[in-house]
Design a protein around this ligand. Structure first.
Ligand SMILES: *Cc1c(COP(=O)(O)O)cnc(C)c1O
Length: 396
């Protein structure tokens, strides 16, 4: 097959690959507890399902305007005003088929070949690949675990060049669960203004935070920052609607117009009944607090268990539903006579010998770390912890 050259410029989604492999092993009768899920284990709330069913029954099944109908744009604008206190106009909003699609549209509409895009590392797997697919160059800025996975601002300053087009922020962060401090966000915004750089703020986990952690959105920092920022959010994580494919972006009208033009030649509008269901979703978040509380309990159990394992250290994540422990102390040790080489090797050994399936940190740019999602039941988490302890006991 003579495929287009651009297909070699980027990689397949590593998280989806690992989750798929674990599912396949379980289908073959193996018993692997998957900590690889990138989605809530909770189901979509009933009132949202009902709204979708009603829309379908009411015959709301035709095309809408490419960027979404008036109802969803209005609902997103009102929701953003309520949660962030920031106002947007209808020509500054576009609904897409998931936040990933919004981010793809942004990268295609904004990045030229040779542009540099700053990505904080550890990073969500799709950022570098979407940047590469646009022909641009990802430039990584490290967020050390010792710094609570907040970026080293001096490193950020050093990496800004005349070719820097944008900085991607993801707070709360997948994979670390870190919420960037207000000071960090302010400093990044100041750099963006001074160096004339755009900000892409992926706030998909903003509603899943613990102990009053308040992720600061750069769009709240005044017009100078807001007019160079595109805010991305979606329904997948907050509303347990991953399969429904609904996300959105809010930003400068010319960028939204370009994204709409691109979407008009690729997917057209997001699925019409889902737009109506999403309008209903944005009006009632009362279901969410007990779910976040359940996530918090699981997080506490996992983080405590990791920190009790010799050679493992885990920063307490303030948001999202991932723990990102450092397994450096296990690299170089042996299990059943086999020396552990790196995070991919450790993941494979954990899957095969312990029946525990995380995602290797190298997929997120952080060798020797593993990502454990806690979007699974407390019973499964406890069983997984037992299995990890048994594995640890065999290390030499
Ligand atoms: C899950 C996720 C997304 C994409 O979500 P959609 O399902 O496409 O809305 C975007 N960014 C991060 C960091 C995510 O974890």
């Amino acid at each position: 097959m003579n495929l287009a050259r651009r297909m070699e410029s980027f990689a397949e989604s590593a998280t989806m690959e690992v989750a798929g492999r674990i599912a396949q092993l379980n289908a073959q009768g193996k018993n692997v507890i998957s900590f690889a899920a990138g989605e809530p284990d909770f189901d979509t709330p009933d009132f949202i399902k009902e709204a979708a069913i009603k829309a379908i029954r009411d015959g709301l099944n035709k095309y809408t305007p490419v960027a979404g109908n008036d109802a969803i744009k209005t609902a997103i604008i009102e929701f953003t005003k309520k949660t962030l206190g920031v106002e947007y106009q209808k020509n500054e909003v576009i609904a897409s088929l998931g936040a990933k699609h919004s981010l793809y549209n942004i990268s295609q509409a904004l990045f030229d070949e040779w542009d540099e895009v700053i990505i904080f590392s550890p990073y969500w797997v799709s950022y570098p690949n979407q940047v590469l697919l646009a022909g641009a160059k990802p430039v990584f800025v490290n967020c050390p675990a010792a710094n609570g996975f907040n970026p080293d601002i001096e490193d950020l300053k050093a990496k800004i060049t005349s070719a820097t087009k944008a900085i991607i922020i993801n707070s709360p962060c997948n994979p670390t669960g870190a919420v960037f401090s207000a000071e960090t966000i302010r400093k990044i915004a100041e750099i963006a203004v001074n160096d004339d750089v755009y900000l892409i703020s992926d706030e998909i986990y903003d509603a899943i935070v613990y102990e009053g952690a308040r992720p600061l959105s750069p769009v709240t920092l005044g017009d100078d920052v807001k007019r160079r920022t595109v805010l991305v959010n979606g329904f997948s994580k907050t509303f347990s609607m991953t399969g429904w494919r609904m996300g959105y972006a809010l930003g400068p009208a010319p960028l939204v117009a370009a994204m709409t033009k691109l979407q008009g030649q690729s997917t057209s509008n997001p699925v019409t009944p889902m737009q109506f269901a999403s309008v209903a979703a944005l009006k009632d978040l009362s279901f969410l607090a007990p779910r976040v509380e359940e996530f918090r309990k699981r997080r506490d159990a996992m983080v405590a268990a990791f920190n009790a394992l010799e050679g493992v250290a885990c920063v307490n994540p303030a948001g999202a539903f991932y723990a990102f422990p450092d397994f450096s102390g296990w690299i170089g040790k042996s299990i059943d006579g086999e020396a552990i080489k790196d995070s991919v090797h450790l993941t494979n050994l954990l899957i095969d010998k312990a029946g525990v399936g995380p995602v290797p940190g190298v997929a997120f740019g952080a060798e020797n770390f593993l990502r454990f999602s806690y979007a699974l039941s407390m019973a499964q988490i406890e069983e997984g912890i037992q299995r990890l302890r048994a594995f640890a006991a065999k290390l030499s």
